[in-house]
Design a protein around this ligand. Sequence first.
Ligand SMILES: Cc1cc2nc3c(=O)[nH]c(=O)nc-3n(C[C@H](O)[C@H](O)[C@H](O)COP(=O)(O)O)c2cc1C
Ligand SMILES: Nc1ncnc2c1ncn2[C@@H]1O[C@H](COP(=O)(O)OP(=O)(O)OP(=O)(O)O)[C@@H](O)[C@H]1O
Length: 152
Amino acid sequence: MTGRRIVATGTFDILHPGHLYYLKESKKLGDELWVIVARDSNVKHKPRPVIPEEHRLAMVAALKPVDHAILGDKIDMFRPIEEIRPEIITIGFNQLFNEQKLEDQLRARSIASRIVRIGKYADGDLCSSRLVVQRILDKRCHDLHHPEHKDH
Ligand SMILES: Cc1cc2nc3c(=O)[nH]c(=O)nc-3n(C[C@H](O)[C@H](O)[C@H](O)COP(=O)(O)O)c2cc1C
Ligand SMILES: Nc1ncnc2c1ncn2[C@@H]1O[C@H](COP(=O)(O)OP(=O)(O)OP(=O)(O)O)[C@@H](O)[C@H]1O
């Protein structure tokens, strides 16, 4: 007998504890956590990822709550879902999907998965890939211009 499959999705460009929280909470909803990692070419709703898709996939696959990680489809986002047939698909707190619309699209493809929205990690000051990139830029630019004030 196979366990209850859960699917989580995202870009996972620069990993941080907010990602771990989302994946841990997703895993709690079932037995087997599958993660669909967004293809480089599909990340159009924000700055393109810094880290190439194969590297992002390798890092996500190594995380404790993750049982299987795959790169998404380049064209049809429902194709991996049709293969995995998860009971639940989790959506992160800042993912731009409407739950009802997504469920309607799934039903139109004869997929019965439920959508569950996961909340925001509470301790999340630097828990955003974009903020980490911004912090690297700020700190390193500052170091370049003020080498006398470098931390180390
Ligand atoms: C049900 C579902 C299936 C998805 N399948 C794919 C896919 O096959 N290929 C892909 O590139 N992105 C896919 N995505 C989208 C991304 O993994 C990611 O969620 C989206 O790009 C939003 O990125 P962000 O959460 O990192 O901002 C899927 C998203 C959802 C909700
Ligand atoms: N602080 C957080 N708390 C809970 N979930 C998070 C947090 N940050 C990201 N996630 C979730 O992790 C998944 C992958 O996130 P994503 O790769 O978009 O990272 P991100 O840090 O939100 O990126 P960006 O800062 O570029 O928007 C998404 O479902 C997202 O909602």
